[in-house]
Design a protein around this ligand. Structure first.
Ligand code: NAD
Length: 257
């Protein structure tokens, strides 16, 4: 089947789909034929042609209501992308308990709430479209890389990786595949905000690029292409996998200069 139409007849939802990586994922799935809903606490940036649903993934009831609204609109749900996430900078001495709770609430429990609300619908869809039903999480190389100044964020993404593997095991016999992507440093508004805090944003950006084996940041579209592969019927035999999209940072075992 052509990659441009391989999501024809499939319904997808993307959390955090109104900016950066999530917006690129939503647009890619749309371009490949899916009907796509964007669940975001601020959905104003949802790509055209997608269904924006204002949802905060820290609210269990809010997520349930949003998922039911999407299924009512689309008639089914085949593809879930849990992507909404926030960052935090610091060592264990820097972040308060409140900051830790907030990070885990969004980055980990946000995925749990989304899956919990979606699974009954995914089970129903899997019976009709074997191989085409999946959950994909946006994790990070922070899950395993040992990045400095990212204690809480790394711990949250480590939990996302473990959650992905456990969910893959729990739902494999139901025909629901569960995978994640591990992006490196991706050129998104998030990274733009971080650079904006630096004394010399241009120099900081050049330093970030120089740390990549490829010499450049990853694009949101490159991450989206990997997510689309994992979610597509072509990946019917792929579950419990973490796919690095990081310009070679982890696979080449390079350390920042
Ligand atoms: P971004 O800030 O550009 O976009 C994040 C989106 O998530 C925004 O639209 C925001 O409104 C939404 N969001 C945040 N909290 C939410 C909540 N509680 N409920 C609903 N929506 C919420 O960030 P991005 O760079 O595109 O990051 C997206 C994901 O990719 C995150 O999970 C992040 O951890 C991961 N990631 C990013 C990078 C990177 O370098 N940018 C690298 C690895 C992993």
């Amino acid at each position: 089947m052509s990659p441009t139409g391989d999501f024809e007849g499939l319904a997808a939802l993307v959390t955090g789909g109104a900016s950066g990586i999530g917006a690129a994922i939503a647009a890619t799935l749309r371009d490949r034929g899916a009907r796509v809903a964007v669940l975001d606490r601020d959905p104003t940036g949802a790509p055209s042609g997608t269904l924006p649903v204002k949802t905060d993934v820290t609210s269990d009831e809010g997520v349930r209501t949003a998922v039911e609204a999407v299924v009512a609109e689309f008639g089914a749900l085949h593809t879930v992308v849990g992507n909404a996430g926030i960052g935090a900078i610091g060592t264990v001495e820097d972040n308060s308990d409140d900051e830790w709770h907030r990070l885990l609430d969004v980055n980990v429990l946000g995925l749990v709430r989304t899956a919990r609300a979606a699974l009954p619908h995914l089970r129903a869809a899997a019976a009709r479209r074997p191989g085409a039903v999946s959950i994909t999480h946006t994790c990070s190389i922070a899950a395993t890389a040992g990045l400095p100044q990212r204690a809480a964020y790394s711990a949250s993404k480590g939990a996302v990786l473990s959650l992905t593997l456990a969910m893959a095991a729990d739902h494999v016999r139901e025909g629901i595949r569960v995978n994640c992507v591990n992006p490196g440093t991706v050129d998104t508004p998030w990274v733009g905000r971080l650079l904006g805090q630096a004394a010399d944003p241009a120099a900081e950006r050049a330093a970030l690029e120089a740390r990549q084996p490829t010499g450049r940041l990853v694009s949101a579209e490159e991450v989206a292409a990997a997510v689309a592969y994992l979610a597509s019927p072509a990946a019917a035999a792929v579950t419990g996998t973490a796919l690095a999209v990081d310009g070679g940072m982890q696979g080449l075992r390079l350390r920042p200069a």
